[in-house]
Design a protein around this ligand. Structure first.
Ligand code: NAD
Length: 509
Protein backbone atom coordinates (compact mmCIF):
# COMPACT_ATOMS: atom_id res chain seq x y z
CA UNK A 1 0.00 0.00 0.00
CA UNK A 2 1.18 3.52 -0.68
CA UNK A 3 1.71 6.00 2.11
CA UNK A 4 1.12 9.56 1.03
CA UNK A 5 1.90 12.88 2.67
CA UNK A 6 1.53 12.04 6.34
CA UNK A 7 2.65 15.07 8.33
CA UNK A 8 5.72 14.16 10.40
CA UNK A 9 6.45 17.59 11.84
CA UNK A 10 3.26 18.60 13.63
CA UNK A 11 3.54 19.49 17.29
CA UNK A 12 1.45 17.59 19.87
CA UNK A 13 -0.55 20.69 20.68
CA UNK A 14 -1.50 23.54 18.36
CA UNK A 15 -0.47 27.01 19.48
CA UNK A 16 -2.98 28.76 21.77
CA UNK A 17 -4.22 30.99 18.96
CA UNK A 18 -4.85 27.94 16.74
CA UNK A 19 -6.95 26.18 19.36
CA UNK A 20 -10.56 27.15 18.85
CA UNK A 21 -12.94 27.13 21.80
CA UNK A 22 -16.50 25.92 21.38
CA UNK A 23 -19.52 26.21 23.67
CA UNK A 24 -22.57 24.17 24.59
CA UNK A 25 -26.11 25.16 23.65
CA UNK A 26 -28.63 25.19 26.50
CA UNK A 27 -32.06 26.83 26.32
CA UNK A 28 -31.07 28.96 23.34
CA UNK A 29 -27.76 30.23 24.83
CA UNK A 30 -24.18 29.28 24.02
CA UNK A 31 -22.48 28.56 27.34
CA UNK A 32 -19.15 27.45 28.81
CA UNK A 33 -18.67 24.78 31.45
CA UNK A 34 -19.64 26.12 34.86
CA UNK A 35 -16.80 23.96 36.23
CA UNK A 36 -14.45 25.75 33.80
CA UNK A 37 -13.24 22.35 32.59
CA UNK A 38 -12.63 21.52 28.96
CA UNK A 39 -11.99 18.53 26.71
CA UNK A 40 -9.39 18.59 23.95
CA UNK A 41 -10.31 17.78 20.37
CA UNK A 42 -7.40 16.15 18.54
CA UNK A 43 -6.81 15.78 14.82
CA UNK A 44 -6.06 12.04 14.51
CA UNK A 45 -3.96 12.54 11.38
CA UNK A 46 -1.55 14.95 13.09
CA UNK A 47 -2.11 14.23 16.80
CA UNK A 48 -2.53 17.99 17.22
CA UNK A 49 -5.01 19.56 19.65
CA UNK A 50 -6.97 22.04 17.58
CA UNK A 51 -10.14 22.73 19.58
CA UNK A 52 -11.57 22.59 23.08
CA UNK A 53 -15.12 22.01 24.24
CA UNK A 54 -16.64 22.44 27.70
CA UNK A 55 -17.23 19.62 30.16
CA UNK A 56 -20.83 19.99 31.30
CA UNK A 57 -21.65 19.78 34.98
CA UNK A 58 -24.54 17.63 36.18
CA UNK A 59 -26.47 20.82 36.92
CA UNK A 60 -25.98 21.98 33.33
CA UNK A 61 -27.27 18.66 31.98
CA UNK A 62 -30.29 18.96 34.26
CA UNK A 63 -30.81 22.53 33.05
CA UNK A 64 -30.71 21.36 29.44
CA UNK A 65 -33.28 18.63 30.14
CA UNK A 66 -35.56 21.09 31.94
CA UNK A 67 -35.29 23.54 29.05
CA UNK A 68 -36.22 20.77 26.64
CA UNK A 69 -39.16 19.72 28.79
CA UNK A 70 -40.53 23.27 28.83
CA UNK A 71 -39.99 23.92 25.13
CA UNK A 72 -41.47 20.56 24.09
CA UNK A 73 -44.96 21.53 25.25
CA UNK A 74 -45.16 24.31 22.67
CA UNK A 75 -43.25 22.37 20.02
CA UNK A 76 -45.77 19.53 20.05
CA UNK A 77 -48.58 22.06 19.58
CA UNK A 78 -47.26 22.91 16.11
CA UNK A 79 -48.57 20.80 13.28
CA UNK A 80 -46.05 18.35 11.81
CA UNK A 81 -46.05 20.50 8.66
CA UNK A 82 -45.08 23.57 10.69
CA UNK A 83 -42.28 21.58 12.32
CA UNK A 84 -41.18 20.25 8.92
CA UNK A 85 -40.37 23.77 7.75
CA UNK A 86 -37.52 23.94 10.27
CA UNK A 87 -36.20 20.55 9.13
CA UNK A 88 -36.27 21.54 5.46
CA UNK A 89 -34.39 24.72 6.37
CA UNK A 90 -31.76 22.78 8.33
CA UNK A 91 -31.26 20.47 5.32
CA UNK A 92 -30.82 23.53 3.09
CA UNK A 93 -28.25 25.10 5.45
CA UNK A 94 -26.27 21.86 5.72
CA UNK A 95 -26.08 21.76 1.90
CA UNK A 96 -25.05 25.43 1.79
CA UNK A 97 -22.18 24.70 4.23
CA UNK A 98 -21.27 21.29 2.81
CA UNK A 99 -17.58 21.91 2.24
CA UNK A 100 -16.98 23.71 5.55
CA UNK A 101 -18.75 20.96 7.51
CA UNK A 102 -16.91 18.20 5.64
CA UNK A 103 -13.57 19.79 6.49
CA UNK A 104 -14.46 20.05 10.18
CA UNK A 105 -15.56 16.41 10.11
CA UNK A 106 -12.29 15.25 8.56
CA UNK A 107 -10.26 17.35 11.01
CA UNK A 108 -11.83 15.76 14.06
CA UNK A 109 -12.53 12.24 12.76
CA UNK A 110 -9.83 11.59 10.17
CA UNK A 111 -11.88 10.08 7.33
CA UNK A 112 -10.94 11.10 3.78
CA UNK A 113 -12.54 14.40 2.79
CA UNK A 114 -14.44 12.63 0.01
CA UNK A 115 -16.16 10.37 2.58
CA UNK A 116 -16.89 13.39 4.82
CA UNK A 117 -18.65 15.17 1.95
CA UNK A 118 -20.85 12.10 1.42
CA UNK A 119 -21.60 11.95 5.13
CA UNK A 120 -22.64 15.63 5.15
CA UNK A 121 -24.90 14.96 2.15
CA UNK A 122 -26.43 12.09 4.13
CA UNK A 123 -27.05 14.34 7.15
CA UNK A 124 -28.92 16.85 4.97
CA UNK A 125 -30.89 14.08 3.29
CA UNK A 126 -31.92 12.71 6.70
CA UNK A 127 -33.54 16.02 7.63
CA UNK A 128 -35.28 16.16 4.27
CA UNK A 129 -36.42 12.53 4.44
CA UNK A 130 -38.04 12.94 7.86
CA UNK A 131 -39.45 16.40 7.05
CA UNK A 132 -41.34 14.67 4.24
CA UNK A 133 -43.11 12.51 6.85
CA UNK A 134 -45.03 15.56 8.10
CA UNK A 135 -48.24 14.36 6.44
CA UNK A 136 -47.58 10.69 7.10
CA UNK A 137 -47.32 10.28 10.88
CA UNK A 138 -50.29 7.99 10.65
CA UNK A 139 -52.22 6.24 13.36
CA UNK A 140 -55.01 3.67 12.95
CA UNK A 141 -58.78 3.70 13.01
CA UNK A 142 -60.16 0.33 14.11
CA UNK A 143 -63.59 -1.27 14.35
CA UNK A 144 -64.88 -1.59 17.90
CA UNK A 145 -66.49 -4.64 19.56
CA UNK A 146 -69.41 -2.33 20.42
CA UNK A 147 -71.83 -0.40 18.28
CA UNK A 148 -71.45 3.38 18.09
CA UNK A 149 -67.84 3.34 19.15
CA UNK A 150 -64.62 4.09 17.25
CA UNK A 151 -61.15 3.05 18.29
CA UNK A 152 -58.21 5.21 17.26
CA UNK A 153 -54.53 4.60 17.85
CA UNK A 154 -52.60 7.87 17.87
CA UNK A 155 -48.85 8.37 17.67
CA UNK A 156 -47.94 11.06 20.21
CA UNK A 157 -44.53 12.56 20.93
CA UNK A 158 -42.71 10.90 23.84
CA UNK A 159 -41.48 14.20 25.30
CA UNK A 160 -37.77 14.73 25.97
CA UNK A 161 -35.28 12.63 24.02
CA UNK A 162 -31.65 12.14 25.10
CA UNK A 163 -29.53 11.60 21.99
CA UNK A 164 -26.05 10.10 22.49
CA UNK A 165 -23.80 9.59 19.48
CA UNK A 166 -20.46 7.93 18.58
CA UNK A 167 -17.37 9.27 16.84
CA UNK A 168 -17.33 7.18 13.66
CA UNK A 169 -20.11 9.08 11.84
CA UNK A 170 -20.32 12.24 13.92
CA UNK A 171 -22.65 14.07 11.54
CA UNK A 172 -24.84 11.30 10.10
CA UNK A 173 -25.61 9.59 13.43
CA UNK A 174 -26.80 12.79 15.10
CA UNK A 175 -28.89 13.85 12.07
CA UNK A 176 -30.52 10.39 12.09
CA UNK A 177 -31.68 10.99 15.67
CA UNK A 178 -32.57 14.69 15.57
CA UNK A 179 -34.72 14.60 12.43
CA UNK A 180 -37.23 11.86 13.44
CA UNK A 181 -37.37 13.10 17.04
CA UNK A 182 -38.17 16.67 15.97
CA UNK A 183 -40.74 15.90 13.28
CA UNK A 184 -42.73 13.77 15.75
CA UNK A 185 -42.87 16.64 18.26
CA UNK A 186 -40.14 15.76 20.74
CA UNK A 187 -37.49 18.09 22.16
CA UNK A 188 -33.92 16.93 22.66
CA UNK A 189 -30.70 17.14 24.54
CA UNK A 190 -27.89 15.74 22.40
CA UNK A 191 -24.40 14.67 23.43
CA UNK A 192 -21.70 13.87 20.88
CA UNK A 193 -18.70 11.64 21.47
CA UNK A 194 -15.87 13.52 23.20
CA UNK A 195 -13.60 12.57 20.27
CA UNK A 196 -15.76 14.35 17.70
CA UNK A 197 -17.98 17.02 19.28
CA UNK A 198 -17.55 19.69 16.59
CA UNK A 199 -19.78 18.19 13.88
CA UNK A 200 -22.72 18.16 16.32
CA UNK A 201 -21.98 21.69 17.52
CA UNK A 202 -21.93 22.96 13.94
CA UNK A 203 -25.21 21.19 13.19
CA UNK A 204 -26.86 22.76 16.23
CA UNK A 205 -25.61 26.20 15.07
CA UNK A 206 -27.43 25.61 11.79
CA UNK A 207 -30.59 24.55 13.64
CA UNK A 208 -30.37 27.84 15.55
CA UNK A 209 -29.94 29.72 12.27
CA UNK A 210 -32.98 27.87 10.90
CA UNK A 211 -34.97 29.48 13.73
CA UNK A 212 -35.70 26.38 15.80
CA UNK A 213 -37.43 27.67 18.97
CA UNK A 214 -35.13 27.93 21.98
CA UNK A 215 -35.01 24.89 24.23
CA UNK A 216 -36.25 22.47 21.55
CA UNK A 217 -32.70 21.34 20.83
CA UNK A 218 -29.93 21.51 23.43
CA UNK A 219 -26.35 20.28 23.24
CA UNK A 220 -24.04 19.28 26.08
CA UNK A 221 -20.50 17.93 25.87
CA UNK A 222 -18.57 15.65 28.19
CA UNK A 223 -17.85 12.03 29.05
CA UNK A 224 -20.46 9.34 28.59
CA UNK A 225 -19.95 8.02 32.12
CA UNK A 226 -20.80 11.44 33.62
CA UNK A 227 -22.71 13.70 31.22
CA UNK A 228 -24.27 10.80 29.29
CA UNK A 229 -25.18 9.00 32.51
CA UNK A 230 -26.97 12.08 33.87
CA UNK A 231 -28.97 12.29 30.63
CA UNK A 232 -29.94 8.62 30.90
CA UNK A 233 -30.80 8.49 34.61
CA UNK A 234 -32.74 11.74 34.84
CA UNK A 235 -36.44 10.96 34.80
CA UNK A 236 -37.24 13.96 32.59
CA UNK A 237 -35.78 11.84 29.78
CA UNK A 238 -38.58 9.92 28.10
CA UNK A 239 -36.42 8.15 25.54
CA UNK A 240 -32.70 7.52 25.20
CA UNK A 241 -31.52 7.07 21.62
CA UNK A 242 -27.90 5.97 21.63
CA UNK A 243 -25.55 4.74 18.93
CA UNK A 244 -22.35 3.19 20.18
CA UNK A 245 -20.72 0.06 21.49
CA UNK A 246 -22.61 -2.90 22.90
CA UNK A 247 -20.70 -2.48 26.15
CA UNK A 248 -21.92 1.11 26.65
CA UNK A 249 -25.41 0.05 25.50
CA UNK A 250 -25.56 -2.51 28.32
CA UNK A 251 -24.61 0.16 30.89
CA UNK A 252 -27.24 2.51 29.52
CA UNK A 253 -29.90 -0.20 29.80
CA UNK A 254 -28.97 -0.66 33.44
CA UNK A 255 -28.93 3.08 34.18
CA UNK A 256 -32.25 3.72 32.44
CA UNK A 257 -33.93 0.90 34.35
CA UNK A 258 -34.31 3.16 37.42
CA UNK A 259 -37.10 5.04 35.69
CA UNK A 260 -37.90 2.33 33.12
CA UNK A 261 -36.65 4.64 30.36
CA UNK A 262 -37.49 3.80 26.77
CA UNK A 263 -34.50 2.98 24.58
CA UNK A 264 -33.30 2.93 21.01
CA UNK A 265 -29.87 1.29 21.00
CA UNK A 266 -27.87 0.97 17.78
CA UNK A 267 -24.87 -1.02 18.92
CA UNK A 268 -21.98 -3.08 17.62
CA UNK A 269 -21.67 -5.11 14.44
CA UNK A 270 -19.55 -7.96 13.14
CA UNK A 271 -20.77 -8.26 9.57
CA UNK A 272 -20.08 -11.60 7.83
CA UNK A 273 -19.12 -11.32 4.15
CA UNK A 274 -19.88 -14.57 2.30
CA UNK A 275 -18.55 -15.15 -1.21
CA UNK A 276 -19.68 -18.25 -3.11
CA UNK A 277 -18.01 -19.81 -6.15
CA UNK A 278 -20.82 -18.74 -8.54
CA UNK A 279 -20.46 -15.03 -7.65
CA UNK A 280 -19.14 -12.38 -10.00
CA UNK A 281 -15.68 -12.62 -8.48
CA UNK A 282 -14.29 -9.29 -9.72
CA UNK A 283 -17.30 -7.45 -8.35
CA UNK A 284 -17.25 -9.35 -5.04
CA UNK A 285 -13.59 -8.41 -4.60
CA UNK A 286 -14.14 -4.74 -5.31
CA UNK A 287 -17.01 -4.73 -2.83
CA UNK A 288 -15.02 -6.67 -0.21
CA UNK A 289 -12.20 -4.12 -0.21
CA UNK A 290 -14.56 -1.19 0.26
CA UNK A 291 -16.90 -2.93 2.70
CA UNK A 292 -13.97 -3.75 4.97
CA UNK A 293 -11.80 -0.65 4.69
CA UNK A 294 -14.00 2.44 4.21
CA UNK A 295 -13.72 4.86 7.12
CA UNK A 296 -10.53 2.94 7.99
CA UNK A 297 -12.59 -0.09 9.00
CA UNK A 298 -14.42 1.91 11.68
CA UNK A 299 -18.00 1.41 10.54
CA UNK A 300 -20.67 -0.64 12.29
CA UNK A 301 -21.64 -2.25 8.97
CA UNK A 302 -18.04 -2.96 7.88
CA UNK A 303 -17.35 -6.49 6.66
CA UNK A 304 -15.60 -7.81 9.78
CA UNK A 305 -15.11 -11.46 8.79
CA UNK A 306 -15.01 -13.07 5.36
CA UNK A 307 -16.30 -16.59 4.72
CA UNK A 308 -15.09 -17.71 1.32
CA UNK A 309 -16.07 -20.86 -0.56
CA UNK A 310 -13.04 -23.20 -0.40
CA UNK A 311 -13.26 -23.67 -4.19
CA UNK A 312 -12.30 -20.03 -4.79
CA UNK A 313 -10.56 -19.11 -1.56
CA UNK A 314 -6.95 -19.08 -2.78
CA UNK A 315 -7.82 -17.05 -5.85
CA UNK A 316 -9.89 -14.66 -3.75
CA UNK A 317 -7.18 -14.14 -1.14
CA UNK A 318 -4.41 -13.35 -3.61
CA UNK A 319 -6.58 -10.92 -5.59
CA UNK A 320 -7.86 -9.35 -2.35
CA UNK A 321 -4.30 -8.86 -1.08
CA UNK A 322 -3.30 -7.23 -4.37
CA UNK A 323 -6.24 -4.83 -4.22
CA UNK A 324 -5.59 -3.97 -0.58
CA UNK A 325 -1.91 -3.33 -1.34
CA UNK A 326 -2.94 -0.62 -3.78
CA UNK A 327 -4.90 1.36 -1.15
CA UNK A 328 -3.34 4.68 -0.28
CA UNK A 329 -3.22 5.68 3.36
CA UNK A 330 -2.29 9.14 4.57
CA UNK A 331 -3.43 12.74 4.91
CA UNK A 332 -7.23 12.60 4.71
CA UNK A 333 -7.33 16.02 3.04
CA UNK A 334 -5.34 14.66 0.09
CA UNK A 335 -7.76 13.73 -2.70
CA UNK A 336 -5.73 10.58 -3.49
CA UNK A 337 -6.13 9.13 0.00
CA UNK A 338 -8.32 6.04 0.48
CA UNK A 339 -7.73 5.51 4.20
CA UNK A 340 -7.11 8.14 6.84
CA UNK A 341 -5.97 7.47 10.41
CA UNK A 342 -7.85 5.62 13.11
CA UNK A 343 -9.70 7.83 15.58
CA UNK A 344 -7.29 7.52 18.53
CA UNK A 345 -4.20 5.90 19.87
CA UNK A 346 -6.38 3.72 22.12
CA UNK A 347 -8.39 2.38 19.19
CA UNK A 348 -5.21 1.70 17.23
CA UNK A 349 -3.74 -0.20 20.17
CA UNK A 350 -6.90 -2.33 20.37
CA UNK A 351 -6.61 -3.17 16.69
CA UNK A 352 -2.90 -3.93 17.07
CA UNK A 353 -3.59 -6.27 19.97
CA UNK A 354 -6.07 -8.28 17.84
CA UNK A 355 -3.42 -8.76 15.17
CA UNK A 356 -0.68 -9.58 17.68
CA UNK A 357 -2.84 -12.23 19.34
CA UNK A 358 -3.61 -13.75 15.94
CA UNK A 359 0.12 -13.76 15.10
CA UNK A 360 0.93 -15.49 18.39
CA UNK A 361 -1.71 -18.11 17.67
CA UNK A 362 -0.02 -18.89 14.35
CA UNK A 363 -2.49 -17.19 11.99
CA UNK A 364 -1.06 -16.11 8.67
CA UNK A 365 -0.81 -12.31 8.23
CA UNK A 366 -1.19 -11.98 4.46
CA UNK A 367 -0.56 -8.25 4.29
CA UNK A 368 -0.19 -5.30 6.70
CA UNK A 369 -0.06 -6.01 10.42
CA UNK A 370 1.81 -2.89 11.52
CA UNK A 371 1.59 0.86 11.77
CA UNK A 372 3.45 3.14 9.39
CA UNK A 373 6.15 5.42 10.79
CA UNK A 374 5.35 9.04 11.58
CA UNK A 375 2.67 11.07 13.26
CA UNK A 376 -1.00 10.23 13.19
CA UNK A 377 -2.86 7.13 14.34
CA UNK A 378 -2.55 5.24 11.08
CA UNK A 379 -2.63 1.47 10.76
CA UNK A 380 -1.86 -0.47 7.61
CA UNK A 381 -4.80 -2.34 6.06
CA UNK A 382 -4.33 -5.92 7.16
CA UNK A 383 -5.53 -9.35 6.03
CA UNK A 384 -5.31 -12.36 8.33
CA UNK A 385 -6.17 -15.97 7.51
CA UNK A 386 -7.99 -17.29 10.54
CA UNK A 387 -9.71 -20.65 10.47
CA UNK A 388 -10.88 -20.68 14.06
CA UNK A 389 -14.53 -19.65 14.36
CA UNK A 390 -14.05 -19.13 18.12
CA UNK A 391 -11.05 -16.78 17.84
CA UNK A 392 -11.36 -13.15 19.06
CA UNK A 393 -10.73 -11.94 15.50
CA UNK A 394 -13.89 -13.71 14.35
CA UNK A 395 -16.03 -13.21 17.46
CA UNK A 396 -15.24 -9.68 18.71
CA UNK A 397 -15.80 -6.33 17.02
CA UNK A 398 -12.40 -5.21 15.66
CA UNK A 399 -13.37 -1.70 14.50
CA UNK A 400 -10.12 -1.16 12.62
CA UNK A 401 -8.66 -1.98 9.18
CA UNK A 402 -8.21 -5.73 9.66
CA UNK A 403 -9.91 -8.39 7.52
CA UNK A 404 -10.01 -11.96 8.88
CA UNK A 405 -10.63 -14.54 6.15
CA UNK A 406 -11.85 -18.09 6.62
CA UNK A 407 -12.54 -20.79 4.05
CA UNK A 408 -15.77 -22.80 4.31
CA UNK A 409 -16.84 -25.98 2.53
CA UNK A 410 -20.61 -25.48 2.39
CA UNK A 411 -23.03 -22.59 2.06
CA UNK A 412 -25.03 -23.85 5.07
CA UNK A 413 -21.88 -23.82 7.17
CA UNK A 414 -21.18 -20.25 6.07
CA UNK A 415 -24.66 -19.26 7.27
CA UNK A 416 -24.20 -21.10 10.58
CA UNK A 417 -20.87 -19.37 11.13
CA UNK A 418 -22.37 -16.01 10.19
CA UNK A 419 -25.12 -16.45 12.80
CA UNK A 420 -22.67 -17.61 15.46
CA UNK A 421 -22.13 -14.11 16.88
CA UNK A 422 -23.49 -11.91 19.66
CA UNK A 423 -23.88 -9.21 16.99
CA UNK A 424 -26.59 -9.12 14.33
CA UNK A 425 -26.48 -5.85 12.39
CA UNK A 426 -25.33 -6.18 8.77
CA UNK A 427 -24.32 -9.06 6.50
CA UNK A 428 -23.16 -9.52 2.91
CA UNK A 429 -23.65 -12.39 0.48
CA UNK A 430 -22.23 -12.73 -3.02
CA UNK A 431 -23.80 -15.45 -5.17
CA UNK A 432 -25.76 -15.58 -8.40
CA UNK A 433 -27.74 -18.65 -7.40
CA UNK A 434 -31.35 -17.66 -6.60
CA UNK A 435 -31.89 -20.52 -4.15
CA UNK A 436 -28.86 -19.40 -2.16
CA UNK A 437 -30.08 -15.80 -2.28
CA UNK A 438 -33.48 -16.71 -0.83
CA UNK A 439 -31.90 -18.96 1.76
CA UNK A 440 -29.62 -16.11 2.83
CA UNK A 441 -32.57 -13.69 3.03
CA UNK A 442 -34.44 -15.96 5.43
CA UNK A 443 -31.72 -17.77 7.33
CA UNK A 444 -29.07 -15.12 7.94
CA UNK A 445 -30.32 -13.62 11.19
CA UNK A 446 -29.03 -10.10 10.74
CA UNK A 447 -30.97 -6.83 10.56
CA UNK A 448 -29.63 -6.13 7.08
CA UNK A 449 -28.36 -8.28 4.23
CA UNK A 450 -26.60 -6.69 1.28
CA UNK A 451 -26.85 -9.25 -1.50
CA UNK A 452 -24.37 -8.78 -4.32
CA UNK A 453 -23.98 -5.23 -3.06
CA UNK A 454 -22.38 -3.07 -0.37
CA UNK A 455 -23.94 -0.46 1.94
CA UNK A 456 -24.39 2.00 3.33
CA UNK A 457 -27.97 1.65 4.41
CA UNK A 458 -30.60 3.85 2.77
CA UNK A 459 -33.01 6.18 4.58
CA UNK A 460 -36.09 4.09 3.75
CA UNK A 461 -34.47 0.90 5.07
CA UNK A 462 -34.80 -0.06 8.75
CA UNK A 463 -31.36 -0.04 10.35
CA UNK A 464 -31.68 -2.53 13.16
CA UNK A 465 -30.29 -5.79 14.40
CA UNK A 466 -30.70 -9.19 16.01
CA UNK A 467 -29.15 -10.19 19.36
CA UNK A 468 -26.83 -7.69 21.12
CA UNK A 469 -26.85 -5.18 18.28
CA UNK A 470 -29.60 -3.36 20.07
CA UNK A 471 -33.18 -2.31 20.44
CA UNK A 472 -35.48 -0.42 18.06
CA UNK A 473 -34.58 0.84 14.63
CA UNK A 474 -33.31 3.90 12.83
CA UNK A 475 -34.28 5.09 9.39
CA UNK A 476 -37.59 4.21 7.66
CA UNK A 477 -41.12 4.51 9.03
CA UNK A 478 -40.17 1.96 11.69
CA UNK A 479 -37.40 4.21 12.99
CA UNK A 480 -39.84 7.12 13.04
CA UNK A 481 -42.35 5.09 15.08
CA UNK A 482 -39.70 4.52 17.78
CA UNK A 483 -39.87 8.26 18.58
CA UNK A 484 -43.61 8.12 19.25
CA UNK A 485 -45.77 6.82 22.06
CA UNK A 486 -48.83 4.86 21.01
CA UNK A 487 -52.09 5.96 22.56
CA UNK A 488 -55.39 4.16 22.01
CA UNK A 489 -58.61 6.16 22.31
CA UNK A 490 -62.03 4.47 22.62
CA UNK A 491 -64.58 7.04 21.55
CA UNK A 492 -68.31 6.47 22.01
CA UNK A 493 -70.81 8.73 20.43
CA UNK A 494 -73.81 7.42 22.34
CA UNK A 495 -74.59 5.93 25.75
CA UNK A 496 -74.53 2.16 26.02
CA UNK A 497 -77.02 1.25 28.78
CA UNK A 498 -76.75 -2.48 28.10
CA UNK A 499 -73.00 -2.69 28.79
CA UNK A 500 -72.73 -6.09 30.56
CA UNK A 501 -70.10 -5.24 33.21
CA UNK A 502 -70.99 -1.99 35.04
CA UNK A 503 -72.06 -2.03 38.70
CA UNK A 504 -74.39 -3.03 40.27
CA UNK A 505 -73.90 -6.70 39.36
CA UNK A 506 -76.94 -7.87 41.34
CA UNK A 507 -79.22 -6.47 38.70
CA UNK A 508 -77.48 -8.49 36.00
CA UNK A 509 -77.93 -11.99 37.49
P1 NAD B 1 -19.05 4.22 22.69
O1 NAD B 1 -20.04 3.22 23.15
O2 NAD B 1 -17.76 4.28 23.37
O3 NAD B 1 -19.69 5.70 22.83
C1 NAD B 1 -20.87 6.07 22.14
C2 NAD B 1 -21.51 7.23 22.89
O4 NAD B 1 -22.02 6.75 24.14
C3 NAD B 1 -20.53 8.34 23.24
O5 NAD B 1 -21.15 9.60 23.11
C4 NAD B 1 -20.20 8.05 24.70
O6 NAD B 1 -19.78 9.19 25.41
C5 NAD B 1 -21.55 7.54 25.19
N1 NAD B 1 -21.48 6.71 26.40
C6 NAD B 1 -20.55 5.77 26.70
N2 NAD B 1 -20.83 5.21 27.90
C7 NAD B 1 -21.98 5.79 28.35
C8 NAD B 1 -22.77 5.63 29.53
N3 NAD B 1 -22.45 4.76 30.47
N4 NAD B 1 -23.88 6.39 29.66
C9 NAD B 1 -24.23 7.26 28.70
N5 NAD B 1 -23.50 7.48 27.56
C10 NAD B 1 -22.39 6.74 27.39
O7 NAD B 1 -18.90 4.01 21.12
P2 NAD B 1 -17.88 4.72 20.13
O8 NAD B 1 -16.52 4.17 20.41
O9 NAD B 1 -18.07 6.19 20.15
O10 NAD B 1 -18.40 4.20 18.70
C11 NAD B 1 -18.05 2.97 18.15
C12 NAD B 1 -19.14 1.95 18.41
O11 NAD B 1 -20.37 2.41 17.88
C13 NAD B 1 -18.88 0.63 17.71
O12 NAD B 1 -19.17 -0.42 18.58
C14 NAD B 1 -19.87 0.63 16.53
O13 NAD B 1 -20.25 -0.64 16.08
C15 NAD B 1 -21.00 1.39 17.13
N6 NAD B 1 -21.85 1.97 16.08
C16 NAD B 1 -23.05 1.38 15.82
C17 NAD B 1 -23.86 1.88 14.80
C18 NAD B 1 -25.19 1.25 14.51
O14 NAD B 1 -25.95 1.83 13.75
N7 NAD B 1 -25.51 0.09 15.04
C19 NAD B 1 -23.44 3.00 14.06
C20 NAD B 1 -22.22 3.58 14.37
C21 NAD B 1 -21.43 3.06 15.39
Amino acid sequence: MALISVSRKSPRSGSRSQIKRFKMYIDGDWVDSEKEETLEVINPATEEVFAKVPKASKEQVKGALEAAEKAQRKWEDLSPLQRAKFLFKIAELIRRDRERLARILTSEQGKPLYESRLEIDGAAENFQYYAEFARRIEGDVLPSDFPEQTIMILKLPIGVVASITPWNFPSATVARKLAPALITGNALVTKPSSNTPLSSIELVKLAEEAGLPKGVLNLVTGAGSEVGDEMVTNKITGLVTMTGSTEAGRKIMESASGHVGKLILELGGKAPFIVWNDADMAWALKCAVWARFWNCGQTCICAERMYIDEKVKNKFVSAFAKAVASLRIGNPFNSKTDLGPMISEKERETTESFVERAREEGDKIIIGGSEPKGKGWFYKPTIVEDNDQKSPLIQEEIFGPVAPIMEVDSFDKAIDYANDSIFGLSSYVFTKDSARIFKAMHKIKFGESYINQVGPEQFQGAHTGFRQTGIGAEGSKYGLACYTQLKTCYVDWDERPNLPYLFPYRKKH
